[in-house]
Design a protein around this ligand. Structure first.
Ligand code: GDP
Ligand code: MG
Length: 288
């Protein structure tokens, strides 16, 4: 059996979370057009007849400005250390030199495949030049051209991944999808809606804490706090007459019902915790 850990690295917005979901055939990681959507290392366990691949989606690589960012980069480091294979992801429209510098700075110990993403947005010539550029780099065992969004060449990429991985015994039960609890994914679904529904600094200054997750006979009862940095942001989350938070609640609940396959009763509260992103105790409480 082919078994191993495969970590996905790249700049914010390269499409790492979209790729994890495409590989898994299941939405495990939240995705948004805004940068810094992913804050944790999210493992997706893909088990087949002759393989078990443990994929890690990671936060995009950035210069830390808050303690939260430091935790995010620690998640990147952890994934670097135990990877059997790295997928180095590039938005094909992005600056190739910059991506090359970043990949070189990772000092990878594992083999790597460069994954050129968003090729649905690039012409043949641009794609050819990018393939040529990365193929000559010492860290690139292979260069694969994909569209994570359109699911193009995902099975080709999977074949290349399996070709690199060693033989071994599986680490997880066959039906485990992730090492993270359902509660985590439920919180992430709320956070994703915040990225879509609110502008400016709100998505970056908000987090979600699931306080209650109870399976009842006919439904699952979920109670969560939305944490913001300032009192004034509470009103923005609520919206006029509570309009925005109702919409947030409805959309998040619909995602949860799809994920859990049963009815959900969702209750949301909004709380202000000044400077939570720089406070060790809060960060710990919120799962970072
Ligand atoms: P991450 O920050 O690297 O995890 O990137 P995401 O997976 O969150 O994706 C960032 C944005 O790029 C989202 O709006 C995605 O829908 C979009 N995206 C991801 N993959 C593709 C792709 O193959 N083609 C196009 N056109 N957009 C993509
Ligand atoms: Mg992401």
């Amino acid at each position: 059996m082919k078994v191993g850990f495969v970590s996905i690295f790249g700049k914010p917005n390269a499409g790492k979370s979209t790729l994890l979901n495409a590989l898994m055939g299941e939405k495990l990681a939240i995705v948004s057009p805004k940068v810094q959507t992913t804050r944790h290392r999210i493992k997706g366990i893909l088990t087949g007849k002759d393989h078990q691949v443990i994929f890690s989606d990671t936060p995009g690589i950035i210069e830390p400005r808050y303690k939260l960012h430091e935790k995010m980069m620690a998640a990147v480091k952890g994934s670097l250390e135990d990877a059997d294979l790295a997928l180095l992801m590039v938005d094909i429209r992005d600056n190739a030199e910059e991506n090359d510098q970043l990949f070189t700075a990772l000092h990878l110990k594992s083999p790597a495949i460069v994954v050129l993403n968003k090729t649905d947005e690039a012409g043949v010539e641009k794609t050819r030049l990018a393939v040529e550029f990365f193929a000559s780099k010492p860290y690139a065992r292979k260069v694969i051209v994909i569209s994570a969004l359109k699911k193009t060449n995902i099975s080709l990429l999977m074949d290349e991944v399996l070709a690199v991985l060693p033989e071994g015994e599986p680490f997880f039960e066959g039906d485990d999808l992730s090492d993270l609890p359902t509660k985590f994914f439920v919180g992430e679904m709320i956070r994703e809606k915040i990225f879509f529904l609110y502008g400016d600094e709100i998505p970056y200054q908000a987090t979600v804490l699931v306080q209650e997750f109870k399976e009842k006979t006919t439904l699952t009862k979920i109670r969560a706090d939305i944490i913001v940095q300032r009192e004034s942001q509470k009103g923005i989350i609520l919206g006029e007459g509570g309009k925005m938070i109702r919409r947030l609640g409805t959309e998040a609940r619909e995602d949860m019902e799809k994920f859990l396959g049963r009815k959900v009763f969702l209750e949301l509260f909004v709380k202000a915790r000044p400077k939570w992103r720089d406070n060790e105790l809060f960060l710990k409480e919120y799962g970072y």
